[in-house]
Ligand binder design. Structure first.
Ligand code: SAM
Length: 311
């Protein structure tokens, strides 16, 4: 073969080789970009799925993370609230966030999401300061963790919350625990139980979301007598009805007004129903109904109208 042919073949080989390198580099970059964009998309869709509604936003705002060593997002479901608290802390980690739910599938799914989202966090601490627990809220292992605890329970009924709080309080009576509570119903019985347990009030707000109303209570297991000022819990609420907040915002005044009417209507209907069935039923039912008389609750809410709104 002639020399020019060798030169040609050699150059060709280099070109092909170079081309191969170019292709390899190109493919590597593409795979990297693809991986990165999949990761970014996953993170974005995870972040997007973490958008909080009015109710959870309000609850989240009431958490002063710097006060607590451990924050327990109980009955966490998809962990929206706990994630919002984690994200808020990203620049200044202070509390450990514990995600608690009784459904194993939910917790397994959440664990995977949290691993995926936070394991690549640039912040070393955020990688470590969360933990998932698949367990009954009544059995929180608070004594295994040093520091002040905040137990958040939202999205379940006040009746179930009473069971959780009684169990936690009994098991950890030596600890001063803060509870942030947002029951979906049975607010009166929950408040009555908190009073019976001699808890004290730190804050309370009323929030509306999708035409439903929610009371949010920040309370402490320490006695009201130990604190300063008016930190007693009222069975119907106090600050949530105050005219101060009405002056601040007209829509809040409407929310307060609607909520009071709705609550009164609810108990008045219940009272009518009880009276009807009392008339119709036999003596046994009468005895049972006597235990669930709600006139005192109606009276308490009527007093709210007289004390705060009308004045
Ligand atoms: C409606 S979700 C509330 C989600 C969220 N906290 C909120 O407020 O939107 C109720 C959750 O409570 C959980 N749950 C019910 N009983 C429980 C218990 N005994 N211990 C722990 N979680 C419980 C359910 O599995 C469910 O995920």
């Amino acid at each position: 073969m002639s020399l020019p042919f060798y030169y040609f073949s050699y150059l060709n080989c280099l070109l092909v080789k170079g081309h191969r390198y170019t292709i390899t580099i190109f493919l590597t970059i593409k795979v990297f970009l693809l991986k990165h964009s999949v990761k970014t998309n996953l993170k974005q869709s995870f972040k997007h799925s973490l958008k909080l509604g009015n109710r959870l936003q309000k609850i989240e705002k009431m958490v002063a993370t710097q006060r607590y060593g451990h924050i327990w997002d109980c009955c966490c479901d998809h962990g929206l609230l706990g994630c919002a608290l984690l994200n808020r802390q990203a620049s200044n980690i202070v509390s450990d966030i514990h995600f608690v739910d009784i459904v194993p599938e939910l917790m397994a799914e959440l664990e995977i999401k949290l691993q995926r989202f936070y394991s690549s966090s640039s912040n070393e601490v955020i990688i470590k300061n969360w933990k998932t627990h698949c367990l009954d809220v009544a059995k929180l292992p608070l004594d295994q963790y040093d520091g002040k605890h905040l137990v958040i329970i939202a999205g379940v009924g006040g009746d179930l919350m009473i069971k959780f709080i009684e169990a936690i309080n009994k098991q950890h009576h030596n600890l001063a625990i803060d509870f942030l509570l947002c029951p979906v119903h049975h607010q009166f019985s929950l408040r009555s139980k908190l009073i019976e347990l001699d808890f004290s009030l730190k804050d309370e707000v009323l929030v509306e979301e999708n035409q439903r109303f929610y009371e949010v209570l920040l309370v402490s297991s320490s006695s009201a007598a130990e604190g300063k000022g008016n930190n007693k819990i009222s069975p119907v609420g106090n600050k949530i009805w105050q005219s101060d907040s009405i002056k601040v915002s007209l829509s809040q005044a409407e929310i307060v007004d609607k909520y009071l009417n709705k609550t009164l209507n609810h108990y008045q209907r219940m009272q009518k129903g009880l009276q009807q069935s009392n008339k119709q039923d036999n003596q046994q039912t009468k005895t049972n109904n006597a235990n669930v008389d709600v006139q005192h609750i109606i009276d308490a809410y009527r007093a709210v109208t007289l004390a705060s709104l009308v004045s």
